[in-house]
Design a protein around this ligand. Structure first.
Ligand SMILES: Nc1ncnc2c1ncn2[C@@H]1O[C@H](COP(=O)(O)OP(=O)(O)OP(=O)(O)O)[C@@H](O)[C@H]1O
Ligand SMILES: [Mg+2]
Length: 260
């Protein structure tokens, strides 16, 4: 038993004959921005899918705060405090930024919803609280001025900031971000990085998949490198990124995979 926030042991995942994860073990300690890097197709998103409950692994275990979540649903994983974004951001574009923010907590009311409907005054009090929280979080991600605009009018980078703010509505302990600055201009990418570092300093934990090496070097405290479904290196970014086997993995492109 370790005091790791997230502990992944021996995860295997196959898609037919393709081995996407070939026995992945890693530990994400508390208090860090932890990076997961690797060439295209190395299994990063698949590992996110397994950890967040969206995919069932063929073998191995996942523990969050020492609790086994290897077979838990995405909903349960989120309720325990582990939330994620997706590689391609998709938010309802014909709703305002604020309406998008309010979607998040309503989804989490779950079984309590019936109760609330029976108590209309409770609903409005709760909605006021959600709105106040949404406003605070939009300010943190520099979108306060966009609250009443359609989400569809946001830039790609601003949509990523909105996705992060939506996740924060649930007050998660660990946030999984899949390529938070991909396709984002350098100025906004630095803004996103600064928001992430600020949230880390306030006690949030992150596990981040990203190809942008500037982001990795400037914002990650530790990284693991996946190559062809295996972890090939782990440590501080500057040191790991200088290792020959890591450079080779990136230069070689998608590695040959063993058949199942
Ligand atoms: N649902 C699926 N069905 C079949 N194969 C899949 C599925 N999801 C992923 N794969 C395969 O598993 C491998 C790992 O994919 P994954 O999406 O995890 O890579 P990645 O590291 O996130 O890549 P990228 O950096 O391009 O996002 C790839 O060969 C991919 O084609
Ligand atoms: Mg991916």
């Amino acid at each position: 038993m370790t005091d790791a926030l997230l502990s992944v042991r021996g995860i295997e995942k196959r898609f037919g004959g393709l081995v996407a994860l070939a026995g992945v073990s890693m530990e994400v300690p508390k208090g860090l921005v932890y990076g997961l890097i690797g060439p295209n197709g190395s299994g990063k998103t698949t590992l996110f899918n397994v950890v967040s409950g969206f995919m069932r692994q063929d073998a191995g275990t996942v523990a969050f705060e020492g609790r086994d979540i290897g077979r838990a649903s995405p909903h349960r994983v989120a309720r325990l405090g582990l939330c994620r974004t997706f590689q391609a951001t998709a938010c309802p574009t014909r709703m305002t930024v604020m309406e998008n923010m309010l979607l998040a907590p309503q989804d989490q009311l779950g079984e309590g919803f019936v109760n609330l409907v029976a108590r209309p005054r409770g609903v409005s009090r709760q909605e006021r609280a959600f709105r106040a929280r949404a406003r605070d979080l939009l300010a943190i991600v520099n979108l306060a001025g966009k609250a009443d605009e359609y989400a569809g009018s946001l830039s790609g980078g601003q949509k990523k900031l909105l996705a992060l703010a939506q996740i924060l509505m649930a007050d998660p302990k660990l946030i999984l971000l899949d390529e938070p600055v991909a396709g984002v201009n350098p100025v906004l990418a630095e803004e996103i990085a600064a928001v992430i570092r600020k949230l880390r300093d306030e006690g949030r934990n992150f596990l981040i998949v990203e190809h942008n090496m500037h982001f990795i070097r400037s914002s990650c405290d530790r990284i693991s490198v996946l190559d062809a479904g295996r972890i090939i290196a782990e440590g501080e970014p500057a040191e790991v990124l200088a290792r020959e086997e890591v450079l080779r993995a990136y230069l070689a492109g998608p590695a040959a995979r063993p058949a199942a």
